[in-house]
Design a protein around this ligand. Structure first.
Ligand code: AMP
Length: 422
């Protein structure tokens, strides 16, 4: 019986893995250059940890199960909640801010399509313990800088502020739960559903209109003035904080972004600055990054701890680089194939291969093939050098080295193979 992969999952061959590891490395280096340190958390967590503050969208797409002792568990759909749990368990007493990053697989039971999988990888950071606008600015800049270092040519950064909405909705008499529902709908940009939901809240006609105008505000910094005008009767302190963040972001060096008050993010724990990055060439699944400021630690019993962070969808970054035609390093090929000829010299060949491996990558013929067949294998696999272990040469402590590209052959002392294969 032949088995296939579960739907929505992928296999990665060595060539693809080499590219993924290369890109992963670039991302890690950028995160680390800003002082973030890597953590690893379990692949599955208690179901309740995941459902406590995540948005509806995530709750509907969970892989969850009971273990043999009846514990309710879930495969992680994202890493903010596990990271916050880890912080409360392990890092609470350490100096602030804590700067953490992760690079892990996540699981969501979604309808698979290009750029949307049931197992995918997220690379993200969390900056825990600072409520300062420079922290918001730093993470947005860090996300942009990562794409820059990866050589992504075209991307769009949209920045919004949920705090502005929450304040407005609160002053319009809508409680947190109602706010979360509205945020979820705004995130999906479903105008009809939004009208229905707003009608159910009993919000006044004028306030409803103000909200709809606010959601559609998008553009350069001048839209802050328009927002200020719209919100002048509701308090503008959240807007002032937003302006400060944007000002610092420009000092960091990021000027190319769009303010978009329609960004709401689908998760319940965001509190103020929110942002998304899209790569237009990816089509329907173009969003590669989402993040912002949130409060999760309190819900996990850790006391109020303002935090911000973001997550990149790593698989979509890989797709974007491919579409862009970016050349990425492929797997370092095996440098040397050692062939015993005749095969009775296998043991000598094994010892010689072990010596070569101290300096470079080396395979030994494991199929017991004749010399010409083993040479064909080296050719097909693009292995640049073949070391032939033959009786005559071995008597003098030598082997024959063949350069597969030029066809040149030379006898070399075993101790000097290293120099001959460069
Ligand atoms: P989210 O936690 O939903 O904001 O996701 C963060 C990022 O992960 C998104 O911007 C996507 O790039 C990526 N992502 C989310 N879901 C999937 C999925 N099913 N397949 C691939 N990437 C995903």
């Amino acid at each position: 019986m032949q088995f296939t992969r579960p739907r929505g999952t992928r296999d990665f061959l060595p060539e693809e893995m080499a590219k993924r590891r290369y890109v992963e490395d670039v991302i890690r280096k950028v995160f680390e250059s800003f002082g973030y340190g890597e953590i690893q958390t379990p692949t599955f967590e208690k179901l309740e940890l995941i459902t406590t503050k995540s948005g509806e969208d995530i709750r509907n797409h969970l892989y969850h199960f009971e273990d043999k002792s009846g514990r309710k568990l879930a495969l992680r759909p994202e890493l903010s909640a596990p990271t916050m749990r880890l912080y409360v368990n392990e890092l609470r007493i350490r100096p602030k801010p804590r700067k953490i990053y992760y690079f892990e697989n996540c699981f969501r039971y979604e309808r698979p399509q290009a750029g949307r999988y049931r197992e995918f990888w997220q690379a993200g950071v969390e900056l825990i313990g600072s409520d300062k606008p420079e922290s918001d600015a730093e993470i947005i800049y860090l996300a942009a800088q990562t794409l820059q270092e990866l050589g992504i040519k075209e991307y769009e950064i949209n920045i919004g502020h949920i705090g502005v909405f929450r304040k407005f909705l609160e002053k319009s008499g809508i409680k947190e739960e109602g706010q979360n529902t509205l945020m979820g709908i705004i995130d999906k940009a479903d105008k009809e559903a939004l009208q229905d939901a707003l009608n159910q809240t009993g919000i006044s006609k004028e306030n409803k209109e103000t909200l709809l105008k606010l959601i559609n505000l998008t553009g350069t910094k001048k839209v802050l003035k328009e927002a200020e005008e719209l919100l002048k009767d509701f308090g503008t302190e959240e807007l002032k904080k937003f302006a400060e963040t944007l000002d610092l972001l420009e000092t960091f060096g990021l000027k190319d972004y769009t303010i978009n008050f329609g960004i709401a993010r689908g998760l319940d724990y965001y509190t103020s600055t929110v942002f998304e990055i899209a790569i237009p060439t990816l089509g329907a699944q173009k969003q590669v990054c989402g993040g912002g400021r949130y409060e999760l630690i309190q819900a996990f019993g850790g006391g109020q701890t303002p935090s911000c962070g973001f997550a990149f969808g790593f698989d979509r970054i890989m797709l974007a680089l491919e579409i862009q035609g970016q050349k990425l390093p492929t797997k370092e090929k095996t440098k040397v194939l050692v062939i015993p000829a005749p095969k009775e010299l296998l043991k000598d060949a094994i010892k010689i291969a072990n010596k070569i491996r101290q300096h470079t990558s080396c395979e030994i013929d494991l199929m017991g093939r004749k010399l010409d067949k083993a040479m064909n294998y080296a050719n097909n696999e693009n292995i640049p050098y073949v070391v032939i272990v033959g009786e005559e040469e071995l008597k003098d402590g030598k082997v024959v080295i063949k350069n597969m590209k030029t066809g040149e052959q030379q006898k070399t002392k075993i101790g000097e193979i290293k120099n001959a294969v460069g």
